[in-house]
Design a protein around this ligand. Sequence first.
Ligand SMILES: NC(=O)c1ccc[n+]([C@@H]2O[C@H](COP(=O)([O-])OP(=O)(O)OC[C@H]3O[C@@H](n4cnc5c(N)ncnc54)[C@H](O)[C@@H]3O)[C@@H](O)[C@H]2O)c1
Length: 227
Amino acid sequence: MNVRGKTILVTGAGRGIGRSLATHFAGKGANLALLDVNADDVNETRARCTQLGVTARSYLADAANEDSVVGALGRVMEDFGALDGLINNAGIVRDGMLIKVKDGQVVGKMSLAQWQAVIDTNLTGVFLCAREAAQHMISRNVRGVIVNVSSISRAGLSAGSVSPMKSPTRSASSSRTTSLPAAAWRSMRGCDSELQDAMQNKRFVPGRFVREILYNIIDSNQLVTDI
Ligand SMILES: NC(=O)c1ccc[n+]([C@@H]2O[C@H](COP(=O)([O-])OP(=O)(O)OC[C@H]3O[C@@H](n4cnc5c(N)ncnc54)[C@H](O)[C@@H]3O)[C@@H](O)[C@H]2O)c1
């Protein structure tokens, strides 16, 4: 994929896979719009991309919040003029037991807030960012690409994981990947037929990567080799 000179928006770009994807594409000559809730982290990613000779800007925004996403995408369009790719990477895990039992007694249960936080980021966030990005791509007649980062846990829990919410949200973001283009194309009926294939939708399914505690001792660029 030739991304030189293209503008790519990465959500959750402050660290981990998002940062690796951002610097990977910066190394291939793409300009980066970097969205995250953590200012220090996303500014560090921006600095690393800029060092690679491309234009990179950071946007402090919550992918799960409609006003935040609409505002950030609007600023991206003002700054870059076009959007060629979105990588829906922002995601969270809230490990925890549905019900915690000790000596045969229920001593705890997962809170609705824990559940909702994961749904909001991993599912609603994908919807909001894809909707806004697709709108800007289509209105500017850009043949854009949207990549949804999913997980091998979309098919069920992986060994050692204690996160009952991750599988359903990642399963849903995977199926959203196939339903998004259809929905977008339906909405484009009556438009120029060339727009019918204006939006491609992709899914990226990582296995289990090291988490932040190991990022300090492993070059995070090794996490993403090609896409
Ligand atoms: N690390 C793994 O083993 C693994 C495996 C499979 C899938 N994934 C998926 O890959 C993606 C990235 O995982 P990671 O391990 O790099 O995560 P991470 O926790 O290291 O980084 C996630 C980044 O997203 C940001 N973020 C979280 N919520 C946000 C929100 N609402 N709005 C904007 N930014 C937000 C965080 O601040 C952070 O910078 C996730 O979607 C995750 O489900 C990860």
